[in-house]
Design a protein around this ligand. Structure first.
Ligand code: ADP
Length: 394
């Protein structure tokens, strides 16, 4: 069965076509700068990468071209062969603990939840509607970033705020990156060969989150009501004392939108290093002994170590810690700093193996004598979307 896995952003659309259940990638690509000038798309097929510049006024233009490319590249001879299209949707609120087949009710709920994810849900909806129009015969499926975290119990998802804020306005911890946390924790569970496993997943990308997973179910995660909470990120502050917000507004005259933008886009590793939100740039400056970059990486590492320690206790000890996403998969330097700070728990890194684990490699980076097995697992949110879609269509 042929399945498409789709991730639509406000100006981009990523896709992969799979033959399922074999999980064979048939073609993949990304449309960029949709609705902006100089739009283009890149297609990867048979190990070849082809970039084409074209006008993409909207997502419908992108999906039309995608459909033509599927036929042109002999992925399908008729679009009806695509039986399912799985869409990454950022916010599923308290309504969805699993991926679902999209109908009018689901569309309405995703729309209603746009208040909670104003940058993401509307873009996800535009993507869904474009595919409904172009491939009407396919079953459309929504795969929510929040769904995996719906197993977190109330003691851990509720903030100590007036109950009305939760009951009436949905203020609570939701958590994000769920498809990644689910993929990585499943994979580690398979690798350690234990059904009743306790795993901490560190998704360290430009955005980052950490989750505690017991017997395949998420029991806690570091992101909160929005993706701004938790660990220090590329350009997001992570956890802060909320009183900073009114204080800095009064002191500087900034309005709430300016402060929001600063916390989201100008803080984190970028804010402290004053170099970049890209860890590669900041690591390069760290190596040159740049004080601000050293401080930025140290703040980041401390925040990750803080959450790992918290989840170690919440889980009552752990079998494995896994690193994933851009930084987690590639930065042996950051992984080493984190794991060395956890030595008091009996965790021991194998430095040589750790150094070699990058660019899509998967494996164990802890020493044989380590109390906890530590892994690098390249994440694969796309295949998770394809699996859920296949299972629902089947
Ligand atoms: P997102 O999906 O949140 O945009 P990614 O998972 O793609 O993030 O991760 C992007 C981050 O990964 C960037 O900050 C980038 O610098 C970092 N990264 C990629 N390769 C390396 C590397 N070799 N060393 C350090 N950081 C890396």
């Amino acid at each position: 069965m042929k399945i498409l896995s789709v991730n639509a952003g406000s100006s981009s659309l990523k896709f992969q076509a799979y033959e399922m259940p074999e999980e064979k990638v048939l073609i993949s690509g990304v449309f960029e700068r949709i609705g902006i000038n100089n739009s283009f798309y890149t297609i990867k097929i048979n190990g070849e990468k082809i970039k084409t510049e074209t006008v993409l006024n909207n997502h419908e233009d992108a999906v039309k071209i995608l459909a033509q490319e599927l036929i042109k590249n002999n992925v399908v001879s008729d679009l009806k062969e695509i039986e399912g299209v799985g869409h990454r949707v950022v916010h599923g609120g308290e309504d969805y603990a699993d991926s679902v087949i999209i109908n009018d009710d689901v569309l309405n709920t995703i729309e209603e939840l746009s208040d909670l994810a104003p940058l993401h849900n509307p873009a996800n909806l535009i993507g869904i509607r474009a595919f409904m129009k172009e491939i009407p015969s396919a079953t459309q499926v929504a795969c929510f970033d929040t769904a995996f975290h719906q197993t977190i119990n109330k003691e851990r998802y509720l903030y100590a705020l007036p109950n009305e804020w939760h009951d009436k306005y949905g203020v609570r911890k939701y958590g994000f990156h769920g498809m990644s946390h689910r993929y990585v924790s499943n994979k580690v569970s398979e690798l350690i060969g234990k059904e009743n496993s306790k795993i901490i997943v560190c998704h360290l990308g430009n955005g980052g989150s950490i989750s505690a997973v017991k017997d395949g179910k998420c029991i806690d995660t570091s992101m909160g009501f929005t993706p701004n909470a938790g660990i220090v990120m590329g350009s997001r502050s992570g956890d802060i004392d909320y009183s900073i917000i009114p204080y800095i507004m009064k002191k500087t005259g900034m309005n709430i939108d300016d402060v929001d933008t600063t916390l989201n886009k100008k803080s984190g590793v970028l804010g402290i290093s004053e170099v970049s939100s890209d860890f590669r740039d900041v690591e390069a400056k760290y190596d040159e002994n740049d004080e601000k970059s050293i401080m930025a990486i140290n703040l980041f590492v401390n925040s990750v170590v803080g959450y790992i320690s918290k989840y170690y206790v919440e889980l009552g000890g752990v079998d494995a810690i896994a690193f994933t996403a851009g930084v987690g998969e590639n930065s042996d330097f950051v992984r080493k700093m984190i794991l060395e700070k956890l030595e008091c728990l009996g965790i021991k890194i194998n430095e040589e193996v750790n150094r070699s684990m990058r660019l899509g490699k998967e494996g164990i980076i802890s020493d044989d004598t380590s109390s906890v097995a530590c892994y690098v697992i390249p994440t694969d949110e796309e295949v998770m979307i394809a699996r859920d879609t296949y299972n629902l269509v089947k």
